[in-house]
Design a protein around this ligand. Structure first.
Ligand code: SF4
Length: 157
């Protein structure tokens, strides 16, 4: 485990005892808005390169319409069924829908892609380990965590 990851896990444990839910949501949302206002995700695409994305049946249907293929063709070419999760996920990383540094699902991106890294969602205090893991992928989440450390007067030991 890297030093930074270890530090972030310690911070997550610290927050469980030192942060109040509503105030934490407010603070993290403010930082989300501050950093994503100027960050150009299209130059990074780490999430598209490193994560598998799950698709609902509706999202598979919408994607097949956009790519002008059948649902079965889309599943065979791009997705695999994850028995543990009981849902379809992308077959490979980087994401097979990523072509020439762009998502070919322009109008039918799955909700998970639109919502990632979830830093503007409520009840983040209950998903601190997800936050820490996402900081390994998304540079903005990493910045947000670092700023939260100073807001909450977290001292690295
Ligand atoms: S579906 Fe599109 S936005 Fe989502 S991970 Fe793949 S390339 Fe990225």
């Amino acid at each position: 485990m890297s030093k930074k990851l270890d530090e972030n896990y310690k911070f997550a444990r610290f927050l469980k005892n030192h942060a109040e839910e509503e105030e934490f949501d407010k603070r993290i949302k403010e930082l989300h808005n501050k950093y994503f206002k100027t960050y150009d995700c299209s130059k990074c695409l780490n999430c598209c390169k490193k994560l598998n994305v799950s698709f609902s049946n509706k999202e598979i249907e919408a994607g097949s319409k956009e790519l002008k293929c059948t649902v079965e063709e889309l599943k065979n070419k791009y997705l695999t069924f994850d028995k543990l999760e009981n849902k379809y996920i992308t077959k490979t990383t980087p994401c097979p829908f990523l072509k020439n540094q762009q998502c070919i699902l322009k109008n039918s991106k799955p909700k998970n892609c639109k919502d990632y890294p979830y830093t503007n969602k409520k009840e983040r205090i209950h998903s601190l380990y997800t936050l820490v893991n996402n900081a390994e992928i998304c540079p903005v989440v990493d910045k947000i965590l670092d700023e939260l450390k100073s807001i909450y007067h977290f001292k690295v030991r």
